[in-house]
Design a protein around this ligand. Sequence first.
Ligand code: G6Q
Length: 538
Amino acid sequence: MKTNERVEWQKLTKHYLQIKDLHLRTLFGKNPDRAAQMSLEHAGLFLDYSKNRVVEETLRLLFELARGIELEAEIERLFSGKRINQTENRSVLHMVLRNPPDKPYLVDGVDLMPEVNRVLVKMEQLARRISSGQWLGFTGKPIKNIVNIGIGGSDLGPVMVYEALKAYSNRNLVLRYISNIDATHLAEQLIDLEPDETLFLIASKTFTTQETMTNASSAKAWLLKRLGDESATGRHFIAISTNAEKVAAFGIEPENMLIFWDWVGGRYSLTSAIGFSLMIALGVENFHRLRAGFHRMDQHFRQSPLDVNMPVILGLLGVWYNNFFDAQSYAVLPYDQYLSRFPAYLQQCDMESNGKSVDRDGNRVGYQTGPIVWGEPGTNGQHAFYQLLHQGTKLVPCDFIGFAKPVNAIGIHHEILMANFVAQQKALAFGKSLQELKSENVADNLLPYRTFEGNRPSNTILAEKLTPESLGSLIALYEHKIFVQGIIWNIFSFDQWGVELGKQLAGNILPVLCGEQELAAGQDSSTHALITYLLKFH
Ligand code: G6Q
Protein backbone atom coordinates (compact mmCIF):
# COMPACT_ATOMS: atom_id res chain seq x y z
CA MET A 1 0.00 0.00 0.00
CA LYS A 2 1.19 3.53 -0.72
CA THR A 3 2.31 5.27 2.44
CA ASN A 4 0.11 8.30 1.86
CA GLU A 5 -2.95 6.09 1.37
CA ARG A 6 -2.62 4.66 4.86
CA VAL A 7 -5.24 5.64 7.36
CA GLU A 8 -2.49 6.69 9.81
CA TRP A 9 -1.13 9.13 7.20
CA GLN A 10 -4.56 10.58 6.59
CA LYS A 11 -5.03 11.09 10.32
CA LEU A 12 -1.73 12.99 10.37
CA THR A 13 -2.86 15.16 7.46
CA LYS A 14 -6.00 16.10 9.36
CA HIS A 15 -4.11 16.63 12.58
CA TYR A 16 -1.60 18.87 10.80
CA LEU A 17 -4.39 21.24 9.80
CA GLN A 18 -5.49 21.43 13.41
CA ILE A 19 -2.13 22.24 14.95
CA LYS A 20 -0.04 23.85 12.22
CA ASP A 21 -0.39 27.34 13.63
CA LEU A 22 0.22 26.47 17.27
CA HIS A 23 3.20 28.42 18.55
CA LEU A 24 6.02 26.92 20.57
CA ARG A 25 5.56 29.84 22.97
CA THR A 26 2.06 28.60 23.73
CA LEU A 27 3.12 24.96 23.97
CA PHE A 28 5.91 25.74 26.43
CA GLY A 29 3.70 28.20 28.32
CA LYS A 30 1.02 25.54 28.85
CA ASN A 31 3.35 22.76 29.90
CA PRO A 32 6.35 23.55 32.11
CA ASP A 33 7.43 19.89 31.93
CA ARG A 34 7.64 19.83 28.15
CA ALA A 35 11.46 19.66 27.99
CA ALA A 36 11.59 16.82 30.52
CA GLN A 37 8.87 14.93 28.69
CA MET A 38 10.44 15.37 25.28
CA SER A 39 14.04 14.47 25.94
CA LEU A 40 15.97 11.28 26.43
CA GLU A 41 19.50 10.02 26.88
CA HIS A 42 21.02 6.94 25.29
CA ALA A 43 24.41 5.69 24.11
CA GLY A 44 26.13 8.76 25.53
CA LEU A 45 23.86 11.20 23.66
CA PHE A 46 21.18 13.48 25.03
CA LEU A 47 18.34 14.43 22.70
CA ASP A 48 15.96 17.29 23.45
CA TYR A 49 13.16 17.36 20.89
CA SER A 50 10.82 19.61 22.84
CA LYS A 51 11.29 22.57 20.48
CA ASN A 52 9.40 20.83 17.68
CA ARG A 53 5.97 21.85 16.46
CA VAL A 54 4.27 18.82 17.90
CA VAL A 55 1.82 18.02 20.68
CA GLU A 56 1.36 14.68 22.40
CA GLU A 57 -1.23 13.67 19.81
CA THR A 58 1.22 14.36 16.96
CA LEU A 59 3.74 11.99 18.46
CA ARG A 60 1.05 9.40 19.12
CA LEU A 61 -0.04 9.54 15.47
CA LEU A 62 3.55 9.41 14.20
CA PHE A 63 4.25 6.32 16.29
CA GLU A 64 0.97 4.84 15.08
CA LEU A 65 2.19 5.34 11.51
CA ALA A 66 5.49 3.65 12.38
CA ARG A 67 3.64 0.71 13.91
CA GLY A 68 1.24 0.49 10.98
CA ILE A 69 4.19 0.27 8.66
CA GLU A 70 5.66 -2.44 10.90
CA LEU A 71 8.83 -0.54 11.55
CA GLU A 72 9.89 -2.85 14.37
CA ALA A 73 9.75 -5.87 12.06
CA GLU A 74 11.66 -3.93 9.39
CA ILE A 75 14.40 -3.08 11.90
CA GLU A 76 14.66 -6.77 12.69
CA ARG A 77 14.86 -7.64 9.00
CA LEU A 78 17.75 -5.19 8.66
CA PHE A 79 19.70 -6.52 11.64
CA SER A 80 19.07 -10.17 10.82
CA GLY A 81 20.61 -9.81 7.38
CA LYS A 82 17.58 -10.14 5.10
CA ARG A 83 18.39 -8.99 1.58
CA ILE A 84 16.64 -5.67 2.02
CA ASN A 85 18.75 -4.00 -0.68
CA GLN A 86 16.57 -5.73 -3.23
CA THR A 87 17.63 -3.94 -6.39
CA GLU A 88 21.20 -5.09 -5.77
CA ASN A 89 20.14 -8.33 -4.04
CA ARG A 90 22.25 -7.64 -0.97
CA SER A 91 21.99 -7.69 2.79
CA VAL A 92 22.78 -4.48 4.63
CA LEU A 93 24.91 -5.41 7.59
CA HIS A 94 27.21 -2.54 8.54
CA MET A 95 26.18 -3.19 12.16
CA VAL A 96 28.31 -6.36 12.06
CA LEU A 97 31.40 -4.22 11.52
CA ARG A 98 31.05 -2.63 14.92
CA ASN A 99 29.86 -5.68 16.83
CA PRO A 100 32.22 -6.52 19.73
CA PRO A 101 34.86 -8.98 18.43
CA ASP A 102 34.00 -11.56 21.12
CA LYS A 103 30.25 -11.51 20.47
CA PRO A 104 28.89 -13.72 17.67
CA TYR A 105 26.74 -12.11 14.96
CA LEU A 106 24.66 -14.80 13.34
CA VAL A 107 23.11 -14.43 9.90
CA ASP A 108 21.20 -17.50 8.71
CA GLY A 109 22.98 -19.50 11.40
CA VAL A 110 26.45 -18.41 10.28
CA ASP A 111 28.62 -16.30 12.57
CA LEU A 112 30.11 -13.42 10.56
CA MET A 113 32.49 -12.33 13.31
CA PRO A 114 35.42 -14.69 12.62
CA GLU A 115 35.78 -13.16 9.14
CA VAL A 116 35.33 -9.60 10.43
CA ASN A 117 37.84 -10.26 13.21
CA ARG A 118 40.37 -11.70 10.78
CA VAL A 119 40.37 -8.44 8.84
CA LEU A 120 40.45 -6.37 12.04
CA VAL A 121 43.50 -8.27 13.24
CA LYS A 122 45.25 -7.76 9.91
CA MET A 123 44.38 -4.06 10.03
CA GLU A 124 45.77 -3.82 13.56
CA GLN A 125 49.01 -5.53 12.62
CA LEU A 126 49.54 -3.34 9.58
CA ALA A 127 48.52 -0.16 11.41
CA ARG A 128 50.94 -0.85 14.26
CA ARG A 129 53.78 -1.61 11.85
CA ILE A 130 53.14 1.63 9.99
CA SER A 131 52.71 3.96 12.96
CA SER A 132 55.62 2.49 14.89
CA GLY A 133 57.97 3.05 11.94
CA GLN A 134 58.55 -0.65 11.29
CA TRP A 135 56.99 -0.53 7.84
CA LEU A 136 59.80 0.76 5.68
CA GLY A 137 59.49 2.37 2.30
CA PHE A 138 61.49 1.31 -0.75
CA THR A 139 64.58 3.28 0.27
CA GLY A 140 64.46 1.99 3.84
CA LYS A 141 62.87 5.06 5.41
CA PRO A 142 59.83 4.74 7.73
CA ILE A 143 56.45 5.99 6.50
CA LYS A 144 55.52 9.52 7.53
CA ASN A 145 52.69 10.31 5.11
CA ILE A 146 49.48 8.35 4.62
CA VAL A 147 47.47 9.25 1.52
CA ASN A 148 44.00 7.72 1.19
CA ILE A 149 42.69 7.65 -2.38
CA GLY A 150 38.97 6.96 -2.65
CA ILE A 151 35.73 8.77 -3.42
CA GLY A 152 32.13 8.91 -2.16
CA GLY A 153 31.62 6.30 0.51
CA SER A 154 35.31 5.38 0.34
CA ASP A 155 36.32 8.92 1.24
CA LEU A 156 33.68 11.05 2.96
CA GLY A 157 33.38 8.95 6.14
CA PRO A 158 37.13 8.59 6.76
CA VAL A 159 37.75 12.29 6.01
CA MET A 160 34.96 13.40 8.31
CA VAL A 161 36.09 11.17 11.19
CA TYR A 162 39.75 12.08 10.74
CA GLU A 163 38.86 15.77 10.96
CA ALA A 164 36.51 15.15 13.88
CA LEU A 165 39.03 13.20 15.92
CA LYS A 166 42.21 15.00 14.93
CA ALA A 167 42.89 15.76 18.58
CA TYR A 168 43.20 12.01 19.16
CA SER A 169 45.49 11.45 16.18
CA ASN A 170 49.20 10.67 15.93
CA ARG A 171 50.62 14.07 15.04
CA ASN A 172 53.85 12.56 13.75
CA LEU A 173 51.95 11.25 10.75
CA VAL A 174 50.64 13.35 7.91
CA LEU A 175 47.21 12.24 6.67
CA ARG A 176 45.88 13.31 3.28
CA TYR A 177 42.76 12.39 1.35
CA ILE A 178 42.47 12.54 -2.43
CA SER A 179 39.07 12.02 -4.02
CA ASN A 180 38.39 14.46 -6.85
CA ILE A 181 39.39 13.53 -10.40
CA ASP A 182 40.47 17.14 -10.82
CA ALA A 183 44.26 16.78 -10.86
CA THR A 184 44.47 19.79 -8.60
CA HIS A 185 43.40 17.63 -5.69
CA LEU A 186 46.22 15.16 -6.29
CA ALA A 187 48.80 17.81 -7.12
CA GLU A 188 48.09 19.91 -4.04
CA GLN A 189 47.92 16.96 -1.65
CA LEU A 190 51.25 15.57 -2.84
CA ILE A 191 53.11 18.84 -3.36
CA ASP A 192 55.09 18.76 -0.12
CA LEU A 193 55.43 14.99 0.35
CA GLU A 194 58.49 12.83 -0.20
CA PRO A 195 57.58 9.70 -2.17
CA ASP A 196 59.87 7.38 -0.23
CA GLU A 197 58.09 8.32 3.02
CA THR A 198 54.58 8.07 1.57
CA LEU A 199 52.13 5.18 1.74
CA PHE A 200 49.03 5.20 -0.47
CA LEU A 201 45.83 3.49 0.63
CA ILE A 202 43.67 2.78 -2.40
CA ALA A 203 40.16 2.52 -0.97
CA SER A 204 37.66 1.23 -3.48
CA LYS A 205 35.05 -1.45 -3.00
CA THR A 206 34.94 -2.22 -6.71
CA PHE A 207 38.47 -1.12 -7.66
CA THR A 208 36.98 0.10 -10.93
CA THR A 209 35.82 3.60 -9.97
CA GLN A 210 37.15 5.95 -12.63
CA GLU A 211 38.22 8.76 -10.32
CA THR A 212 39.93 6.49 -7.80
CA MET A 213 41.70 4.34 -10.36
CA THR A 214 42.92 7.37 -12.31
CA ASN A 215 44.18 9.02 -9.12
CA ALA A 216 45.80 5.75 -8.03
CA SER A 217 47.61 5.42 -11.38
CA SER A 218 48.81 9.01 -11.22
CA ALA A 219 50.00 8.47 -7.65
CA LYS A 220 51.88 5.39 -8.80
CA ALA A 221 53.46 7.34 -11.65
CA TRP A 222 54.45 10.12 -9.19
CA LEU A 223 56.06 7.56 -6.92
CA LEU A 224 57.85 5.58 -9.61
CA LYS A 225 59.15 8.69 -11.32
CA ARG A 226 61.05 9.58 -8.15
CA LEU A 227 61.95 6.08 -7.00
CA GLY A 228 62.64 4.77 -10.47
CA ASP A 229 61.78 1.13 -9.87
CA GLU A 230 58.48 -0.69 -10.51
CA SER A 231 59.06 -2.95 -7.53
CA ALA A 232 58.71 0.09 -5.20
CA THR A 233 54.91 -0.21 -5.59
CA GLY A 234 54.73 -3.07 -3.10
CA ARG A 235 56.25 -0.94 -0.31
CA HIS A 236 54.06 2.08 -0.96
CA PHE A 237 50.56 0.82 -1.76
CA ILE A 238 47.89 -0.92 0.28
CA ALA A 239 44.52 -1.78 -1.26
CA ILE A 240 41.18 -1.84 0.50
CA SER A 241 38.68 -3.58 -1.70
CA THR A 242 36.37 -6.50 -2.40
CA ASN A 243 37.96 -7.09 -5.81
CA ALA A 244 41.15 -9.17 -5.43
CA GLU A 245 41.63 -9.60 -9.17
CA LYS A 246 41.75 -5.88 -9.94
CA VAL A 247 43.98 -5.25 -6.93
CA ALA A 248 46.48 -7.80 -8.22
CA ALA A 249 46.34 -6.28 -11.70
CA PHE A 250 47.30 -2.92 -10.18
CA GLY A 251 50.44 -4.52 -8.71
CA ILE A 252 49.45 -4.82 -5.07
CA GLU A 253 50.28 -8.12 -3.34
CA PRO A 254 47.51 -10.04 -1.53
CA GLU A 255 49.26 -9.53 1.84
CA ASN A 256 48.85 -5.77 1.32
CA MET A 257 45.14 -6.00 0.61
CA LEU A 258 42.40 -5.53 3.19
CA ILE A 259 39.05 -6.95 2.26
CA PHE A 260 35.43 -6.28 3.09
CA TRP A 261 32.14 -7.67 1.87
CA ASP A 262 29.28 -6.92 -0.47
CA TRP A 263 26.95 -6.51 2.51
CA VAL A 264 28.81 -3.27 3.39
CA GLY A 265 27.35 -0.34 1.45
CA GLY A 266 29.83 2.38 0.43
CA ARG A 267 28.34 5.18 2.51
CA TYR A 268 28.00 2.85 5.52
CA SER A 269 31.54 1.48 5.31
CA LEU A 270 33.67 3.65 7.54
CA THR A 271 34.04 1.02 10.28
CA SER A 272 35.15 -1.57 7.71
CA ALA A 273 38.68 -1.67 6.29
CA ILE A 274 37.65 1.51 4.42
CA GLY A 275 38.41 3.23 7.73
CA PHE A 276 41.98 1.88 7.78
CA SER A 277 43.47 5.38 7.49
CA LEU A 278 41.62 6.15 10.73
CA MET A 279 43.08 3.16 12.51
CA ILE A 280 46.56 4.30 11.51
CA ALA A 281 45.98 7.95 12.42
CA LEU A 282 43.95 7.49 15.60
CA GLY A 283 45.53 4.28 16.82
CA VAL A 284 44.00 0.84 17.23
CA GLU A 285 42.39 1.60 20.60
CA ASN A 286 40.62 4.73 19.39
CA PHE A 287 39.32 2.91 16.32
CA HIS A 288 37.77 0.34 18.64
CA ARG A 289 36.33 3.09 20.83
CA LEU A 290 34.70 4.53 17.70
CA ARG A 291 33.27 1.10 16.83
CA ALA A 292 32.00 0.75 20.40
CA GLY A 293 30.11 4.05 20.11
CA PHE A 294 28.45 2.88 16.91
CA HIS A 295 27.55 -0.41 18.57
CA ARG A 296 25.89 1.26 21.56
CA MET A 297 23.58 3.16 19.23
CA ASP A 298 22.96 0.03 17.13
CA GLN A 299 21.85 -1.78 20.28
CA HIS A 300 19.66 1.08 21.38
CA PHE A 301 18.01 1.23 17.96
CA ARG A 302 17.40 -2.51 17.76
CA GLN A 303 16.18 -3.00 21.31
CA SER A 304 14.28 0.12 22.39
CA PRO A 305 10.53 0.55 22.05
CA LEU A 306 9.67 2.99 19.27
CA ASP A 307 8.55 5.84 21.51
CA VAL A 308 11.89 6.01 23.36
CA ASN A 309 14.04 5.19 20.37
CA MET A 310 16.24 8.11 19.33
CA PRO A 311 16.68 7.33 15.63
CA VAL A 312 12.96 6.57 15.36
CA ILE A 313 11.99 9.85 17.03
CA LEU A 314 14.34 11.88 14.83
CA GLY A 315 13.18 10.02 11.73
CA LEU A 316 9.49 10.59 12.45
CA LEU A 317 10.00 14.27 13.23
CA GLY A 318 11.81 14.60 9.91
CA VAL A 319 8.84 13.01 8.14
CA TRP A 320 6.49 15.40 9.97
CA TYR A 321 8.25 18.46 8.53
CA ASN A 322 9.09 16.94 5.16
CA ASN A 323 5.65 15.63 4.35
CA PHE A 324 3.20 17.71 6.32
CA PHE A 325 4.87 21.11 6.68
CA ASP A 326 6.45 20.72 3.21
CA ALA A 327 9.91 21.63 4.47
CA GLN A 328 12.38 21.10 1.64
CA SER A 329 15.54 20.81 3.68
CA TYR A 330 17.01 20.50 7.14
CA ALA A 331 20.13 22.07 8.53
CA VAL A 332 22.75 20.25 10.58
CA LEU A 333 24.60 22.68 12.78
CA PRO A 334 27.48 21.21 14.75
CA TYR A 335 28.84 23.60 17.36
CA ASP A 336 32.27 22.10 17.09
CA GLN A 337 34.92 23.02 14.57
CA TYR A 338 36.14 19.43 14.48
CA LEU A 339 32.79 18.45 12.93
CA SER A 340 33.26 20.75 9.96
CA ARG A 341 32.88 17.86 7.49
CA PHE A 342 29.91 16.30 9.27
CA PRO A 343 27.25 18.03 7.13
CA ALA A 344 29.03 16.96 3.92
CA TYR A 345 29.25 13.40 5.18
CA LEU A 346 25.60 13.42 6.11
CA GLN A 347 24.64 14.81 2.73
CA GLN A 348 25.80 11.63 1.10
CA CYS A 349 24.44 9.34 3.78
CA ASP A 350 20.98 10.90 3.68
CA MET A 351 20.58 12.18 0.12
CA GLU A 352 22.09 9.17 -1.65
CA SER A 353 20.01 6.87 0.54
CA ASN A 354 16.64 8.57 0.43
CA GLY A 355 16.78 10.72 -2.71
CA LYS A 356 14.42 8.31 -4.51
CA SER A 357 11.09 8.73 -6.25
CA VAL A 358 10.06 5.15 -6.92
CA ASP A 359 8.70 3.01 -4.10
CA ARG A 360 9.52 -0.58 -3.20
CA ASP A 361 6.69 -1.79 -5.42
CA GLY A 362 8.12 -0.01 -8.45
CA ASN A 363 5.59 2.85 -8.49
CA ARG A 364 6.15 6.63 -8.35
CA VAL A 365 5.90 7.59 -4.72
CA GLY A 366 3.46 10.49 -5.04
CA TYR A 367 4.79 12.24 -1.94
CA GLN A 368 8.01 13.88 -0.85
CA THR A 369 10.96 11.67 0.12
CA GLY A 370 14.53 12.60 1.14
CA PRO A 371 15.14 16.20 2.17
CA ILE A 372 18.10 18.37 1.20
CA VAL A 373 20.72 18.32 3.95
CA TRP A 374 23.04 21.21 4.52
CA GLY A 375 24.92 22.98 7.27
CA GLU A 376 28.09 24.49 8.64
CA PRO A 377 29.67 24.55 12.06
CA GLY A 378 28.43 27.19 14.49
CA THR A 379 29.18 29.99 15.03
CA ASN A 380 30.35 30.55 11.45
CA GLY A 381 26.87 29.75 10.15
CA GLN A 382 25.41 32.43 12.42
CA HIS A 383 27.32 35.08 10.50
CA ALA A 384 26.29 33.59 7.18
CA PHE A 385 22.89 31.98 6.65
CA TYR A 386 21.12 32.17 10.03
CA GLN A 387 19.36 35.34 8.86
CA LEU A 388 17.26 33.13 6.58
CA LEU A 389 16.68 30.61 9.36
CA HIS A 390 15.33 33.33 11.66
CA GLN A 391 13.44 35.63 9.32
CA GLY A 392 13.28 34.01 5.88
CA THR A 393 10.15 32.65 4.26
CA LYS A 394 11.25 29.03 4.38
CA LEU A 395 10.81 26.56 7.18
CA VAL A 396 14.16 24.89 7.87
CA PRO A 397 14.12 22.48 10.81
CA CYS A 398 17.56 22.40 12.44
CA ASP A 399 19.62 19.85 14.34
CA PHE A 400 21.99 21.54 16.78
CA ILE A 401 24.87 19.31 17.87
CA GLY A 402 27.08 20.30 20.78
CA PHE A 403 29.33 19.10 23.59
CA ALA A 404 29.43 20.06 27.26
CA LYS A 405 33.21 19.89 27.55
CA PRO A 406 35.62 21.36 25.00
CA VAL A 407 38.43 19.39 23.39
CA ASN A 408 40.58 22.53 23.44
CA ALA A 409 39.98 24.56 26.58
CA ILE A 410 41.24 28.09 26.02
CA GLY A 411 39.87 30.97 28.07
CA ILE A 412 36.09 31.15 27.80
CA HIS A 413 35.90 30.16 24.12
CA HIS A 414 33.79 27.14 24.89
CA GLU A 415 31.38 29.06 27.10
CA ILE A 416 30.89 31.65 24.35
CA LEU A 417 30.36 28.89 21.80
CA MET A 418 27.78 27.12 23.91
CA ALA A 419 26.02 30.31 24.96
CA ASN A 420 25.43 30.87 21.26
CA PHE A 421 24.38 27.25 20.82
CA VAL A 422 21.62 27.60 23.42
CA ALA A 423 20.65 31.13 22.44
CA GLN A 424 20.14 30.39 18.74
CA GLN A 425 17.71 27.57 19.47
CA LYS A 426 15.83 29.77 21.91
CA ALA A 427 15.64 32.59 19.39
CA LEU A 428 14.41 30.27 16.65
CA ALA A 429 11.73 28.75 18.84
CA PHE A 430 10.40 31.73 20.71
CA GLY A 431 11.40 34.72 18.58
CA LYS A 432 10.88 38.29 19.71
CA SER A 433 7.45 39.87 19.73
CA LEU A 434 6.25 43.36 18.89
CA GLN A 435 5.53 44.02 22.56
CA GLU A 436 9.06 43.11 23.58
CA LEU A 437 10.46 45.40 20.92
CA LYS A 438 8.20 48.25 21.97
CA SER A 439 9.25 47.86 25.57
CA GLU A 440 12.82 48.32 24.35
CA ASN A 441 11.76 51.56 22.61
CA VAL A 442 12.58 50.33 19.12
CA ALA A 443 11.59 52.96 16.54
CA ASP A 444 8.15 52.30 15.01
CA ASN A 445 9.43 52.17 11.43
CA LEU A 446 11.86 49.37 12.37
CA LEU A 447 9.39 47.21 14.24
CA PRO A 448 8.46 44.91 11.31
CA TYR A 449 12.11 44.33 10.46
CA ARG A 450 13.20 43.59 13.97
CA THR A 451 10.39 41.18 14.83
CA PHE A 452 11.27 37.50 15.11
CA GLU A 453 8.16 35.42 14.67
CA GLY A 454 9.84 32.32 16.15
CA ASN A 455 8.12 28.92 15.97
CA ARG A 456 11.08 27.57 14.01
CA PRO A 457 11.76 24.04 15.14
CA SER A 458 15.01 22.43 16.20
CA ASN A 459 16.40 19.31 17.83
CA THR A 460 19.30 19.44 20.27
CA ILE A 461 21.83 16.64 20.40
CA LEU A 462 24.37 16.92 23.19
CA ALA A 463 27.16 14.74 24.52
CA GLU A 464 29.61 15.21 27.34
CA LYS A 465 32.59 15.55 25.01
CA LEU A 466 33.59 14.82 21.43
CA THR A 467 35.27 11.43 21.78
CA PRO A 468 35.58 8.41 19.49
CA GLU A 469 32.63 6.85 21.36
CA SER A 470 30.29 9.83 21.18
CA LEU A 471 31.14 10.38 17.52
CA GLY A 472 30.40 6.72 16.74
CA SER A 473 27.00 6.99 18.47
CA LEU A 474 26.23 10.22 16.65
CA ILE A 475 26.96 8.77 13.21
CA ALA A 476 24.95 5.63 13.94
CA LEU A 477 22.07 7.80 15.16
CA TYR A 478 21.84 9.45 11.76
CA GLU A 479 22.38 6.21 9.83
CA HIS A 480 19.42 4.63 11.59
CA LYS A 481 17.30 7.76 11.35
CA ILE A 482 17.78 7.58 7.58
CA PHE A 483 16.77 3.91 7.61
CA VAL A 484 13.57 4.75 9.52
CA GLN A 485 12.62 7.38 6.99
CA GLY A 486 13.31 5.07 4.07
CA ILE A 487 10.90 2.55 5.58
CA ILE A 488 8.22 5.18 6.15
CA TRP A 489 8.59 6.41 2.56
CA ASN A 490 8.65 2.79 1.33
CA ILE A 491 11.78 3.30 -0.75
CA PHE A 492 15.02 1.37 -1.16
CA SER A 493 17.56 3.31 0.90
CA PHE A 494 20.60 1.21 0.11
CA ASP A 495 21.00 1.46 -3.65
CA GLN A 496 22.08 4.53 -5.68
CA TRP A 497 21.10 4.04 -9.31
CA GLY A 498 20.82 7.78 -9.71
CA VAL A 499 24.60 8.11 -9.93
CA GLU A 500 24.89 5.86 -12.99
CA LEU A 501 23.62 7.86 -15.96
CA GLY A 502 26.12 10.69 -15.62
CA LYS A 503 28.98 8.17 -15.39
CA GLN A 504 27.78 6.42 -18.54
CA LEU A 505 27.43 9.63 -20.53
CA ALA A 506 30.86 10.84 -19.39
CA GLY A 507 32.23 7.58 -20.78
CA ASN A 508 30.87 8.51 -24.22
CA ILE A 509 32.14 12.10 -24.09
CA LEU A 510 35.65 11.28 -22.86
CA PRO A 511 37.02 9.86 -26.16
CA VAL A 512 35.78 12.98 -27.92
CA LEU A 513 37.59 15.27 -25.48
CA CYS A 514 40.71 13.11 -25.80
CA GLY A 515 40.58 13.58 -29.58
CA GLU A 516 40.10 9.85 -30.20
CA GLN A 517 36.60 10.15 -31.62
CA GLU A 518 34.65 12.68 -33.63
CA LEU A 519 31.77 14.44 -31.93
CA ALA A 520 28.81 12.28 -32.93
CA ALA A 521 25.96 13.89 -34.81
CA GLY A 522 22.57 14.00 -33.18
CA GLN A 523 23.69 15.45 -29.84
CA ASP A 524 21.38 17.97 -28.25
CA SER A 525 22.48 21.47 -29.17
CA SER A 526 23.66 22.42 -25.68
CA THR A 527 25.90 19.35 -25.28
CA HIS A 528 27.22 19.99 -28.78
CA ALA A 529 28.02 23.62 -27.96
CA LEU A 530 29.76 22.76 -24.69
CA ILE A 531 31.98 20.12 -26.26
CA THR A 532 32.77 22.40 -29.19
CA TYR A 533 33.84 25.14 -26.79
CA LEU A 534 36.09 22.77 -24.86
CA LEU A 535 37.70 21.41 -28.03
CA LYS A 536 38.42 24.91 -29.29
CA PHE A 537 41.05 25.34 -26.58
CA HIS A 538 42.44 21.84 -26.72
C1 G6Q B 1 28.09 4.84 -1.61
C2 G6Q B 1 28.22 4.72 -3.04
C3 G6Q B 1 29.42 5.44 -3.62
C4 G6Q B 1 30.72 4.67 -3.57
C5 G6Q B 1 31.73 5.36 -4.48
C6 G6Q B 1 33.06 4.69 -4.47
O1 G6Q B 1 27.24 4.29 -0.97
O2 G6Q B 1 28.17 3.39 -3.39
O3 G6Q B 1 29.62 6.69 -3.02
O4 G6Q B 1 31.19 4.57 -2.27
O5 G6Q B 1 31.22 5.42 -5.77
O6 G6Q B 1 32.95 3.38 -4.91
P1 G6Q B 1 34.15 2.40 -4.77
O7 G6Q B 1 34.45 2.20 -3.33
O8 G6Q B 1 33.73 1.12 -5.43
O9 G6Q B 1 35.34 3.02 -5.46
